[in-house]
Design a protein around this ligand. Structure first.
Ligand code: 2HG
Ligand code: ZN
Length: 483
């Protein structure tokens, strides 16, 4: 569907209402926001529009809708899947709507265990603000210095505490959002129960901006913890890692908040490329796990006893527990730098996949064997959120060659192959990053047609002109003939 360019009258109206802080067509202002975080695609937009309030955001969408002009929403521009880049069907004609000026924390209510944060609030700032009130927002990820509330909601982000608290879907109590016709949906009440039929906020969560523009969210908080204990464990197999997780859960219960898997080659990449890092254990182990347990004063001792038991019984090879917050941060840095270290090393076809947890060790072995047989020389590397059944099963370019040429020629075929294996295993080709623009074609080709048809029907009902984030998530006609 061809999208019109915004008329001079529309641009004039937006400039008038939003002022110089909120509206620009200067290419130098737009440039930093036109390329995705992974630097894989550069788009173009007619203007960069930055509303400072929900009312301004509603004005922008209403005026765009009246002309059928497309809108690409953007938060921290840290999408792993090109979800916020104005490339594709409306390229050069869309309004790039940045939510970064909406960065107020409207309220923190310890009594409700809830915070109301605007869409442009950066995750790290949110953490700080609620900590000052003796509470925690229990979702964290490596991009916390950039990722914003609106983007986290719209992608149903996951991260390293999903094991205990779930993804964004389970942490959003309410939303305020502009629907595609420009009307403002008010739903910020911090209700724990609300049975008035369809849960509209859940459509917007993970909707990738295709059903509306999130302007603020009410998020669930949990009590601050007394102490945390962070351990690093060396293991011989991923099966052992899963056995250890279940055992720690049996014995320490909900204290186990993170259980992150790091393969030997991943740790080696971090040590090679990231300054101020050092190997946590004397020997190199095929698999490593970072575990974080939180609780009262004795949690460190309890975790240590469990890990010693596991080593004595041969379940774990070696382990260390951080003796200070600085050491805990250093262990987390090893885990959180994986993505960056991998990127510095060269190109990789990236896959954010999930299968049933019990099958994950088996899947990683099957998929590694299959992908290296089909594409000789490639180097699979799987890391991440084992306890959620979600790993980043990335496939690195063969060693020594021109990795950019390889990526151009091979990455799409590798990804289709890996996503096919995941689908055969009853899994998902997007566990926490979304579909965005990069995975749309595979989603179109591999998803159950019934699911796709229902999604299209919802989209058509709420956004009949298709102006919200065209090219993200929903299949386009060119993606998969016949679907
Ligand atoms: C992580 O878990 C992120 O570190 C990034 O989700 C994953 O770079 C990746 O593949
Ligand atoms: Zn991840």
């Amino acid at each position: 569907m061809p999208f019109p360019a915004p008329s001079a009258a529309l641009l004039g109206d937006l400039a008038g209402r939003l002022g110089p802080q909120g509206f620009t067509v200067d290419p130098a202002d737009l440039a930093p926001w036109l390329t995705d975080w992974r630097r894989r695609v550069t788009g173009a937009a007619a203007a960069l529009v930055s509303p400072a309030s929900a009312e301004e955001a509603a004005f922008v969408v209403a005026r765009a809708a009246a002309e059928g002009v497309a809108i690409v929403p953007q938060g921290g521009n840290s999408s792993m899947v090109g979800g916020a880049t104005p490339a594709g069907p409306a390229e050069g004609r869309a309004l790039l709507v940045s939510m970064r000026r909406m960065r107020a924390i409207r309220s923190v209510s310890p009594a409700d265990n809830a915070v109301v944060a605007e869409a442009g609030v950066v995750l790290a700032d949110l953490h700080e603000a609620v900590e000052a009130e003796g509470r925690r927002f229990p979702l964290s990820l490596a991009a916390k210095g950039n990722a914003t509330v609106g983007g986290l909601v719209s992608t149903n982000a996951g991260g390293t505490q999903v094991l205990r608290f779930g993804p964004m879907r389970s942490l959003v109590l309410g939303l305020e959002a502009v629907l595609p016709d420009g009307s403002l949906l008010h739903g910020l009440a911090p209700l724990r129960k609300d049975n008035r039929g369809y849960d509209l906020k859940q459509l917007l969560i993970g909707g990738e901006g295709t059903l509306g523009l999130v302007t603020a969210a009410t998020l669930r908080l949990v009590p601050a913890f007394e102490t945390r204990s962070v351990g690093w464990i060396g293991l011989r197999s991923a099966e052992d890692a899963l056995t250890l997780l279940r055992r720690l859960e049996d014995r320490l219960g909900e204290a186990v908040e993170s259980f992150e898997l790091v393969p030997a080659e991943g740790l080696a990449l971090v040590l090679r490329h990231i300054p101020d890092t050092r190997a946590p254990l004397a020997e190199s182990w095929t698999w490593n796990v970072l575990v974080e347990a939180v609780g009262s004063g004795d949690i460190g001792e309890r975790l240590q006893n469990e890990l010693m038991d596991a080593i004595e019984q041969g379940l774990a090879g070696d382990a260390t527990i951080a003796a200070s917050e600085a050491q805990a941060d250093a262990l987390w840095k090893l885990r959180e730098s994986l993505s960056e270290a991998e990127a510095r090393d060269g190109m990789a076809a990236k896959h954010d996949i999930a299968v049933p947890v019990a099958d994950m060790p088996g899947f990683m072995t099957r998929a590694s064997t299959a992908v290296t047989a089909r594409f000789p020389g490639v180097r699979p590397i799987a890391f991440g959120h084992l306890g959620d059944g979600n790993v980043h099963f990335n496939v690195r370019a063969p060693e020594g060659g021109d990795d950019k040429a390889w990526f151009k020629a091979q990455a799409a075929a590798v990804s289709r192959f890996v996503h096919g294996l995941v689908t055969e295993s009853g899994g998902t080709m997007s566990a926490e990053h979304g579909i965005g623009r990069f995975k749309r074609a595979d989603f179109a080709a591999l998803a159950d047609p019934v699911r796709l048809a229902a999604m299209r029907a919802i989209k058509a009902a709420l956004d009949p002109a298709g102006i919200m984030n065209p090219g993200a998530l929903l299949p386009l006609a060119e993606d998969a003939p016949g679907q």
